[in-house]
Design a protein around this ligand. Structure first.
Ligand code: ZN
Length: 405
């Protein structure tokens, strides 16, 4: 009989954090769950203010009095909406994405640096949102019955394009990416890459410590632009090799199993449902909140705030679906790491470090509704169960174990 008990090993990992640290993580996590609701309400309030100001309606009437200049009207109305919405929500955005992270000691970024990032992101989102809305409103006008189907195709194609170009055009605006430096970490990561079929010219290190002290790595890009990027926090915290390999093995799982394509398929289904619902709900919502204002049907860009209010509510309601989708992929990446990197304790040690920003042991309903990763306790438990089932393969050469092992 094996002396190794996965339940006891999991409990020991959980106990490496003090009860006070667990309590703080739980407060941060529960606060973050409420933020989903508050952020939805703030988005609705901002859209409602813009609607009631009548600015978009006046803009549309001035630019397009005869109804023959739809394109420039859509562009101007959409850009105005994006900018006003950004300004109205700015205090809330500062609170949620800068002040709150700082107050929980999860980030040490200065407000000036945060504003620098935000100022760089605004024109990008302005251009992308405006062009997307131009396509959306053009489809509504040209295909009033089936626009929602076409719009879903445009949305998914747009997201795939963004995923492909993000590592080249977007991410370098915010962080500096360089090939991982020579040394023992790189040597081991290259070995793991060779054993799992990941191109090892694609292993980068970036200055993630600029935004956050989080211990993190990610896979981004698609086709030729896909790569594994590791935050420099993984090097600064003197992570031991088993941790680095456990985490990078997880990220390579995302890459090898093409999880980005899973998300694209999932997004496609979600987009069809969302646009169809907007098509059905818009007339009633418009009648209720903008009844006699002069705002027209779905094709009227001045009705954009109405559309955004519906989208915000649908986004909130779909949270459990999208978190469950990512949770599924995260479990799969953990399985890949265990099966190919063979470092259950390395993975567990790295996971325990993430408890500070994601409470380790939620109830199943909370996990199902809100967690985009399985809980750390569950993930550590699975790693310990793998260890119990493979006592002779911990630290084995990288790559799949022989059948029956
Ligand atoms: Zn992951």
């Amino acid at each position: 009989m094996s002396a190794f008990d996965p339940a006891a090993a999991t409990a020991a990992y959980m106990a490496t954090l003090s009860p006070a640290a667990h309590a703080k993580a739980t407060a941060y996590t529960h606060g973050g769950e409420w933020l989903l609701l508050w952020s939805c309400l703030v988005t609705i309030a901002a859209a409602w203010l813009i609607l009631k100001s009548g600015i978009l309606l006046r803009l549309r009437e001035r630019l397009n009095p005869n109804g023959d200049r739809p394109k420039r009207t859509i562009l101007a109305v959409a850009a105005t909406f994006v900018l006003l919405d950004f300004l109205i929500q700015l205090p809330w955005t500062i609170y949620t994405s800068w002040w709150r992270e700082r107050s929980y000691q999860l980030s040490s970024q200065s407000l000036a640096s945060w504003f620098g990032d935000t100022a760089k992101a605004l024109p990008i989102s302005l251009i992308i949102t405006t062009l997307f809305l131009l396509a959306l409103y053009t489809l509504v006008r040209r295909a009033p019955r089936s626009w929602w189907l076409w719009a879903s195709g445009v949305a998914v194609a747009g997201v795939i394009l963004m995923v492909v170009i993000a590592p080249i055009f977007i991410e370098p605006l915010f962080n500096r990416y360089t090939p991982a430096p020579d040394g023992p970490v790189r040597t081991e990561v290259v070995k793991l890459a060779e054993a799992t079929g990941v191109p090892h010219d694609k292993i980068l290190i970036y200055n993630g410590s600029k935004q956050s002290d989080r211990y993190t790595a990610n896979v981004s890009g698609l086709f030729g632009t896909a790569r594994v990027a590791m935050s420099d926090t993984m090097f600064k915290q003197h992570a031991d090799m088993s941790e680095v390999i456990g985490v990078v093995g997880h990220e390579m799982g995302h890459y090898v199993h093409k999880h980005i394509l899973w998300f694209a398929g999932f997004m496609c289904v979600m987009a069809v449902a969302a646009f169809w619902l907007i098509d059905r709900l818009y007339p009633a919502v418009r009648a209720r909140i903008a009844g006699t204002s002069g705002i027209g049907g779905l094709a009227d860009p001045a009705g954009l705030p109405v559309l955004m209010i519906i989208a915000a509510i649908l986004g909130l309601l779909s949270t459990p679906l999208s978190t469950s989708m990512t949770r599924f992929a995260e479990s799969d990446a953990d399985r890949f790491s265990l099966a190919n990197a063979h470092q259950p304790d390395g993975l567990a040690k790295a996971l325990v470090k993430t408890i500070a920003y994601r409470a380790s042991s939620p109830g199943w309903l909370e996990e199902m509704l809100f967690y985009d990763h399985p809980s750390v306790e569950r993930r550590v438990r699975r790693a310990m169960e793998w260890k119990a089932a493979h006592p002779n393969h911990v630290g084995a050469p990288y790559g799949p174990l022989p059948p029956g092992a």
